[in-house]
Design a binder for this molecule. Structure first.
Ligand SMILES: *[C@@H]1O[C@H](CO)[C@@H](O)[C@H](O)[C@H]1NC(C)=O
Ligand SMILES: *[C@@H]1O[C@H](CO)[C@@H](O)[C@H](O)[C@H]1NC(C)=O
Length: 329
């Protein structure tokens, strides 16, 4: 019945955690690599498009509705995915930092479809980053159909520009060779760009940009979830950022899977050859995704071990609740 802690309890939990951690993770958020829970209060979800971000957003906004001390700020700017100049990056870092600072007494999650922003180079506090990644071919195909048939505000514009090819399936499009606009970059390794950011090295997708993206993935993101493992992603978010995400798994159970199934007005699934061509073109995203899955599994295992340990160490401090193995006893 009481799915969420009231805020005094959350404060208590946070204070206890600060005392327990009493280390650099509890005061500075810069460069947090999450092997443990953190109480950082400002979270930036620079969400990768078509990677269950709508599903995660709806859970975050439900959490924010239930938690008085949690504020969710969702950007209305949907279409700024390019690499910025240093001045543009500074202006945006300051704009987002302003959102965090004006809500200094609350936990804030800010989300926008943008590349990773480095706040510290402008003397600003780096927020804790989270994101989600998805198997690259599936993400790109989803994005292909969404741009043509989805409820995006740009759909009509896209359809006018593409003319008759707007109605081609992915397979049909590639069969048209150079006449297929999509064939020119096939999604353009967008995930690598999102994790790389705005540094010079991110200007061209290649091994150097991938290296920077992998560095950020490992060192500058608290949690990078996996679309194909959405429930485990929520569990890892709860374990890593408990003061913000506690209750997420339960909300998901209550919603069922409805919310992640929005936007499935897709189109025919491409054949194996087409998928292979997309994965080849998106090879940097494939490498990033594979690394993200490894990292995710490592962090999830560790979080589960820590949870078990805590349960063994302090069984009496936990509120009594029905054991879930009563039936077997
Ligand atoms: C930001 O950029 C500076 C300079 O390139 C680098 O030293 C620092 O590690 C970066 N910080 C983050 C959090 O990305
Ligand atoms: C591309 O379009 C042009 C003009 O409509 C057409 O002549 C040509 O055959 C098309 N090429 C392919 C590979 O479909």
């Amino acid at each position: 019945m009481v799915a969420f802690l009231s805020w005094p309890l959350v404060v208590l939990v946070v204070v206890v955690m600060m005392m327990v951690l009493a280390g650099p993770t509890s005061c500075g958020a810069a460069g947090i690599a999450s092997d443990q829970a953190t109480d950082a209060t400002k979270v930036f979800y620079n969400r990768v498009p078509k990677a269950a971000s709508t599903a995660l957003r709806s859970i975050i906004s439900d959490l924010a509705r239930h938690k008085r001390n949690l504020k969710f700020v969702s950007s209305k700017v949907y279409d700024d995915r390019k690499r910025w100049s240093r001045e543009e990056e500074r202006a945006n870092a300051e704009r987002i930092n302003f959102v965090f600072e004006t809500n200094f007494d609350q936990h804030v999650i800010y989300d926008q479809h943008v590349r990773y922003i480095n706040f510290t180079q402008f003397g600003l506090q780096q927020p804790v980053y989270i994101n989600m990644v998805r198997e690259p071919a599936a993400r790109i195909v989803s994005s292909y159909y969404f741009a043509r048939t989805g409820d995006s505000s740009k759909r009509e514009q896209v359809r006018r520009k593409l003319g008759e090819q707007a109605d081609w399936s992915v397979d049909e499009c590639l069969a048209h060779g150079d006449n297929c606009t999509f064939a020119r970059n096939m999604g353009g390794n967008l995930m690598t760009k999102f994790f790389c950011g705005h540094a010079d090295v991110c200007n061209r997708v290649g091994p150097a940009a991938l290296e920077q993206a992998l560095y950020n993935l490992e060192h500058n993101y608290a949690v990078v979830g996996i679309t194909e493992r959405f429930d485990d992603t929520l569990a890892l978010l709860e374990a890593t950022l408990p003061h913000i995400f506690r209750g997420a798994v339960r909300l998901r159970e209550r919603h069922g899977i409805k919310k992640s199934n929005r936007n499935t007005r897709a189109g025919p699934t491409p054949n194996a050859e087409t998928i292979a061509a997309i994965r080849h073109s998106a090879r940097y995203d494939v490498a990033l995704y594979d690394r993200a899955v490894d990292l995710f599994e490592r962090r999830l295992r560790k979080a589960q071990q820590q949870q078990q340990q805590q349960q063994q160490e302090q069984p009496l401090k936990r509120p009594s609740r029905p054991r879930d193995y009563d039936d077997d006893d």
